[in-house]
Ligand binder design. Structure first.
Ligand code: HEC
Ligand code: HEC
Length: 462
């Protein structure tokens, strides 16, 4: 498996070398407007600049429907091009960019030559209750399904495969809609770099613990000093550049693009949590705040004007949630990262040992369902009722459960037999699979049912 992965990565690197990779910004600054601020530039770069080779072109995208299972394929065949595009967006978890209703999705950048280039918003920009919010986790992204369909389509059209097509054949990209194996992509890619980020393709990756992760909400990054579920890496714009480590991007690109990522981080840190758009029972929420402060604040902090965030890392034995993510990245990986340009050559020290997961800020928590780092718990009600969390669940695309605060879900005991194809099965979150446990975080168990209801109401106000 290790060797297979390595061969595929090398193939991918070779494919990249041939890929037509444009680096030009495809739209320019509007000339009439006031000078662009760092945050505005950050958002513009995120949505317009291609930092990677394209994953596919428009022709491939328009032909994807031919790979779909019935009855979808026949429905697509009868549909207008606009309807077919909407069906494809729905299947792959893509959305229009706010204010834009043509061209590529928010989650990709147009490279100016018809190529679709993945951007950060692929995982970090999605719909919440049907509304597109850049910076909200894209909990509908179907990266594996998209990549599988793209590969089949390219082979049929005799088009060259890209890094994603080859990488996706060697390692899992994401086994449930809305979550990805992104953490392991980073581990593989860093293997091929020395401290200055020169590429060495003769190296073997370490043992990989493939597992899926739910992207965290970006509006909470301003509160953090350290990044990721385990809080292991110091916050820095350079950490954000791990996504660019495809061998095609040589060490000079990282220096050249550094300012871009300072601005992208500035935009990310300017984000505010979205406000809960439905009704809130204010007196009940006020009672919930008192319960929250006495039970939850020691880990999750306090909110409002005087709020404070302790950023505590809770030992895995105490939090008890799935441990695959913790085990997947060890101290030696963090130290190798730290020694590189990305880690400021050790000048911004990583946390060598991390006992467990960091209790995240809960601002806008209503909008970041599903919960826990692996996205295993569909609503806040389930988070507060550990014994009632579903074994298997599936969600609607745009529904929002206002009673239980979170995704509108159907709960099941097992993945139904009608889900025949891998693409269909990825719509079911099966908590019995590796890395997907919904157990742990039993802290709410000390509350009475009334107290839980009050805390649930309070969480809507954050
Ligand atoms: C394929 C999906 C994917 C893409 C693309 C992606 N990310 Fe992420 N990102 C994740 C996941 C999953 C995590 C959580 C990892 C963890 O906690 O270990 C994450 C974590 C982060 C964090 C830390 C968040 C926190 O609260 O600690 C930042 C910052 C971040 N990503 C920025 C970016 C930027 C900037 C880009 C583009 C250059 C990007 N990401 C592209 C999936 C993705
Ligand atoms: C001992 C520390 C601790 C206490 C006490 C605690 N939590 Fe947590 N909480 C955590 C940790 C750590 C996580 C992240 C676990 C993970 O992702 O695996 C978490 C995750 C969560 C999440 C999911 C956040 C997300 O975006 O996925 C919610 C919601 C939450 N806690 C609410 C509460 C509430 C409400 C209380 C009080 C009843 C509480 N917590 C008490 C440590 C704590």
């Amino acid at each position: 498996m290790r060797i297979a992965t390595w061969i595929i990565i090398c193939l991918a690197a070779a494919a990249n070398a041939k890929a037509d990779h444009t680096e030009a910004e495809t739209t320019s600054t509007p000339e009439s407007a006031a000078p662009e601020s760092a945050t505005e530039r950050g958002y513009r770069l995120l949505t317009t600049k291609a930092y990677l080779p394209p994953d596919f072109d428009q022709e491939v995208f328009d032909e994807l429907w031919r790979t779909w299972e019935e009855p979808l394929r026949s429905q697509a065949e009868r549909a207008t091009p606009a309807e077919r595009r909407a069906m494809a967006f729905s299947r792959y978890g893509l959305t229009d960019a706010p204010g834009r209703h043509d061209g590529v999705a928010l989650q990709y950048v147009d490279n100016g030559q018809g190529g679709w280039v993945m951007n950060c918003l692929a995982c970090h920009g999605g719909k919440v209750a049907g509304r597109v919010i850049p910076g909200a986790p894209n909990t509908l992204y179907a990266l594996q399904t998209l990549t599988d369909d793209v590969r089949v389509t390219k082979l049929r059209l005799k088009k060259p495969l890209s890094h994603m097509d080859l990488g996706g054949a060697a390692m899992p990209l994401g086994t449930t809609i809305g979550t990805t194996n992104a953490v392991m992509f980073g581990v593989v890619l860093l293997t091929y770099r020395d401290a200055d980020l020169n590429v060495h393709q003769d190296r073997l990756p370490p043992k990989l613990v493939h597992h899926d992760h739910d992207a965290p909400a970006w509006w909470n990054i301003k509160k953090k000093q350290y990044l990721y579920a385990d809080g292991g890496l110091p916050k820095s714009h350079r950490a954000l550049m791990q996504f660019l480590l495809l061998p095609k991007n040589g060490p000079e690109k990282f220096r050249q693009w550094e300012q871009d990522y300072q601005d992208i981080l500035a935009w990310i840190e300017s984000l505010e949590a979205p406000k809960y758009p439905f009704e809130i029972d204010r007196p009940l929420a006020a009672r919930g705040e008192a319960v929250f402060v006495s039970t939850c604040s020691r880990c999750h902090g306090t909110y409002g004007a005087e709020g404070s965030y302790p950023e505590v890392n809770v030992p895995i034995e105490e939090v008890g949630t799935d441990r695959a993510r913790l085990d997947a990245i060890d101290a030696s990986w963090r130290e190798s990262y730290s020694a590189t340009w990305l880690g400021h050559y050790g000048q911004k020290p990583v946390k060598r040992e991390v006992p467990g997961y960091v209790a995240p800020p809960l601002d806008g928590v209503w909008a970041s369902a599903p919960y826990l780092h692996n996205g295993s718990v569909p609503t806040l009600w389930h988070l507060l009722h550990p014994a009632r969390r579903p074994k298997v669940w599936t969600r609607t695309e745009d529904g929002y459960d206002q009673q239980r605060v979170g995704l509108e879900t159907l709960e099941l005991d097992r993945v139904p037999a009608e889900a025949r194809t891998p693409a269909q099965r990825r719509h079911y979150f099966d908590t019995r699979r590796f890395g997907k446990s919904a157990g742990g975080h039993l802290f709410p168990d000390e509350l009475s049912e009334d107290e839980k209801q009050a805390v649930l109401e309070y969480l809507k106000t954050l």
